[in-house]
Design a protein around this ligand. Structure first.
Ligand code: 0O2
Length: 231
């Protein structure tokens, strides 16, 4: 109910030239689209939970520490459209914004990230549309994560629809770096001086967090024999 109200306020602000009837139709279409994205997000989340369950059966350990999901807010969608010089329309949003539905999978070890990504990519109802490996190629600021844009079908009462979901796979160390950086700096309008000062410090933190991941992985490699994906 609150979500509907927020959407109503948002669209009333965005599309003032529309008639009341057109506005209602747009709100109904947007509500439906977001609901489809939510379904797709749930499907992907479940797939990771199933893999985690099976891993614990096969290997007596859970590769996934936690899973977070989120649907992008319309304010954030509008910001992204503006940054990419795209017009605000539901068709453009559905076609061009890849991370409306987001699933973040936090893993214990770097190896697990690639094993899980491989297992998901091999599922026959999933198409991997894009891979951005910010672990092998970290961003300039030090950000590390493996991003996958997946296309997955959702089965509705009378139709099947393919929806996009962004998956971010990262370790606990990558997650804590990204959360703190996001809170303090990402997309914030800091002065040039503060940007310069903090960039170097954040890069040092990223290097430390990467070293922590490598060391933890090395410990695990000694403790256990490495497993490939046998699912
Ligand atoms: P928010 O506020 O987290 O939603 P694409 O269209 O997918 O090719 P996109 O989405 O612009 O391109 O780029 P990318 O690099 O895949 O980044 C998508 C998301 O990754 C971001 O979403 C962030 O969640 C996260 N991310 C990327 N770079 C950074 C970074 O430097 N620091 C942190 N903390 N997170 C980052 P949004 O919509 O930009 O932001």
């Amino acid at each position: 109910m609150k979500e509907q109200q927020t959407m109503r306020e948002f669209f009333s602000r965005m599309i003032q030239e529309k008639t009341a009837e057109e506005l209602e139709r747009t709100i109904a279409d947007a509500t439906r689209m977001m609901s489809y994205f939510r379904c797709a997000m749930l499907e992907v989340e479940t797939k990771f939970r199933v893999l985690n369950e099976q891993f614990s059966l096969l290997h007596e350990r859970n590769p996934i520490e936690s899973i977070k999901t989120r649907i992008k807010s319309f304010d954030s969608i509008r910001g992204k459209l503006q940054r990419n010089n795209l017009p605000f329309s539901l068709d453009v949003i559905e076609e061009k914004i890849n991370d409306i539905a987001g699933v973040r999978v936090i893993c214990a070890f770097v190896d697990d990230i690639y094993v899980l990504a491989d297992c998901i990519a091999r599922q026959d109802d999933i198409t991997v549309l894009k891979v951005k490996d910010y672990i092998k190629n970290p961003k300039e600021n030090g950000y590390r994560s493996l991003h996958l844009i997946l296309e997955i079908p959702i089965f509705l009462s009378e139709e099947k629809r393919k929806m996009k979901v962004e998956v971010q796979l990262r370790t606990i160390a990558m997650e804590s770096w990204a959360n703190l950086e996001h809170r303090m700096r990402y997309k914030k309008n800091l002065s040039e001086e503060k940007l310069a000062k903090t960039a170097d410090m954040l890069m040092q933190c990223a290097t430390l967090s990467s070293a922590l991941d490598e060391k933890m992985q090395a410990v695990r490699d000694i403790v256990e024999e490495k497993d490939g994906c046998q699912i």
